[in-house]
Design a protein around this ligand. Structure first.
Ligand code: IMP
Ligand code: MG
Length: 175
């Protein structure tokens, strides 16, 4: 059993402040298209995209799922939505909620690599480096966090908590 912590790990204000500088760094990269990994990346990418607010910036959405045990992703990654996206000659930014083992982002980058992009960069709100097994680092990171399961601001626990504006840790409890 897990229950949500009593205090947020990262407040909405801290997220908003970090978004300002992150969006400036991303704008300097000058991407042509943001590819958001649903569902976890939706709030984060919306908040980043509206801060970049470039007239030519295009948005696309994919889903990535792996058959794991609930809180762990396995190496068996399934990506959907790529067939409708044209990234030829474009600078691409992939946005997801969190880099955990790295399997998801590694697989997405690999899938995109044969599609003719000029450049592919990655951005995550949260990075849990202690959990990394895949050979990948994100180009843009909001916050580095400890090895704890977190929810809120797009991240879920069994589908719950996604709409919270803060990041919370889930703690083990007896019942
Ligand atoms: P990875 O493939 O292990 O890097 O995991 C990536 C995906 O697992 C993320 O896009 C999340 O959907 C999910 N995930 C990993 N850690 C957490 C967490 O602490 N809270 C909620 N979802 C998580
Ligand atoms: Mg996810």
């Amino acid at each position: 059993m897990y229950r949500k912590s009593d205090k947020p790990l990262i407040t909405a204000q801290a997220i908003n402040e970090r978004l300002e500088s992150l969006a400036k760094d991303i704008a300097a990269f000058g991407c042509d298209i943001v590819i958001t990994v649903l569902s976890g990346g939706f709030l984060f990418s919306a908040d980043i995209s509206k801060r970049i607010a470039s007239p030519k910036l295009q948005l696309a959405f994919i889903r990535a799922s792996s058959y794991g045990n609930g809180t762990e992703s396995s190496g068996n990654l399934k990506i959907t939505g790529l067939e409708n996206i044209d990234i030829r000659g474009k600078k691409v930014l992939v946005i997801d909620d969190i880099l955990d083992t790295g399997n998801t982002m590694f697989g997405i980058k690999k899938a995109l690599s044969g599609m003719g992009a000029e450049e592919i960069r990655t951005c995550v709100l949260l990075d849990k480096p202690a959990r990394r097994t895949a050979d990948i680092t994100a180009d843009f990171v909001g916050f580095e966090i400890e090895n704890k399961f977190v929810v809120g601001y797009g991240l879920d626990y069994a589908g719950d908590y996604r709409t919270y504006p803060e990041i919370w840790t889930m703690e083990e409890s007896d019942g």
